[in-house]
Design a protein around this ligand. Sequence first.
Ligand code: RRO
Length: 325
Amino acid sequence: MTDPLDLCGLRLAHPVINGSGTFDAIAARRAFGDALLERFPFSAFVSKTITPEPRAGNPPPRLWETPAGMINSIGLPNKGLQGFLEQDLPQLGRLPVPLIVSVMATSAEGFARLVGKVAARPPVAAIELNVSCPNVHSGLIVGEEPRETASLLEALRPLTDKPLIVKLTPNVAEPAGVAVAAEEGGANAVSLINTLKASAIDPGTLRPWLGAGRGGLSGPAVRAVALEQVRSVAAAVAVPVIGMGGITSGSEALEFLAAGASVVAVGTESFRDPGAGERVRSELAEELAARRISSLAEVVGASAAADQRGRNEVQTGASSGPSEG
Ligand code: RRO
């Protein structure tokens, strides 16, 4: 495997983490006992998003299977800040990897309360700001607006020295614009993609299948979209990019690294196969070894570098390819 890597100050043993909300470490610990801790599948653990107050989540049905994917409309059920700090954090703090806590609020004040309280807890290594949940109607359109994103970051940045990671939405024309705003506001990393807004119609009743009317699409169906967004964001920012969207194998993880991600996350595939994180990690290690790559720096952004070389060659007329006649 490659050397350990540094993700904005977090030391990771390898480049595969989980997508928020797709792996319940507390339930997995109950199911697998200490074996889970001895061989934890991810190099960092990202919690399910929490909000300031408890939430029940959306009415059922909450899931719909699509070709090569699924739509979820979970609606952010969680115990709220106090419940998380008292009940979940002590258990998550015992995981053998850095803990990243995902938070979301419907106001800047709510975000500030979450960041202030969560970041103050020693087991928390970093905070992911979820400004991209497709299933919660908030008055706040932070993640869709570069200016709103920058001003949220400016309000939160002074509250902690711990890394702030911004989870970007794919549901905008230019995710790179929002990523640059997050970076300018002081974000230490960005992660993408969250789910794509999606609908399902019950073929019997011809009414929306999902209780909340719509949801977010994930899984292999979104992978090509995610790759392009990772590529455009990585080309636009200097902070590390955590890339995800339909990764099911080591070679697909490698594609995200080549597109410019420093770290990749496995999400929906963990629902199908709880061992997916470990499998993707070992397949990626084999892919890298087969290519004699020992440092991830050799591969991260390789496709962007090739892209830029191609453009330079076209500009200087250095291309040796066939010329138009
Ligand atoms: O809980 C959810 O419905 C949910 C969240 Br918070 C999110 O960020 N992305 C998603 O697809 N579902």
